[in-house]
Design a protein around this ligand. Structure first.
Ligand SMILES: [Zn+2]
Length: 168
């Protein structure tokens, strides 16, 4: 199977400390956003590059309560161990859509320009796909989680990440 290009790109950008470093600030920022928090090992299998954190930021605690988190060694992002189902994603997006409708209205009313309008409409079209994509991933992760709990893994953080995805 072809390798995921984001993983390969981020892999090439790492400095000697294993951190993402682009040619300039803009590229570093883009590469950090491209990080999917995994790497390919020598055999070509995908492995996570995260470590668990027990006491995440108060901001996260306020938002999610006692949730499990991982931090990416490469980009430094905090990742919540949770699979979002379709309904949950729709609820999360509802206020975002409210905001987008208002911004579209203001953009047209103030004649803010084609660029702004295209950005707002494009964002809405992109976000429309998220519930379906998340729903599919939820199903795949739950299947993997069942497999992982049947088969005890030697390395806790290889397959237990699937096993510990929390579900509502
Ligand atoms: Zn990352």
């Amino acid at each position: 199977m072809a390798r995921i290009k984001e993983i390969v790109l981020v892999d090439k950008s790492l400095n000697k400390h294993g951190e993402i470093k682009g040619k300039n600030k803009k590229e570093t920022k883009m590469l950090r956003k491209s990080c999917v928090h995994h790497k390919y090992n020598k055999k070509g299998n995908i492995r996570s590059v995260t470590f668990p954190v027990n006491n995440p930021d108060t901001e996260f605690m306020e938002r999610y309560g006692e949730s499990k988190f991982f931090v990416c060694r490469r980009c430094g992002k905090m990742i919540r161990l949770h699979t979002y189902n379709k309904k949950e994603v729709k609820e999360i997006l509802a206020p975002v859509y409210d905001c987008l409708e208002t911004e579209k209205f203001i953009a047209a009313a103030t004649n803010a320009g084609q660029g702004v309008v295209s950005y707002l409409v494009g964002t809405q079209i992109q976000l429309d796909k998220l519930p379906k994509v998340a729903g599919k991933l939820d199903k795949i992760a739950s299947k993997k989680s069942k497999l992982a709990s049947k088969k005890k893994s030697r390395d806790q953080y290889k397959s237990s990440q699937y096993g510990s995805w929390s579900r509502k």
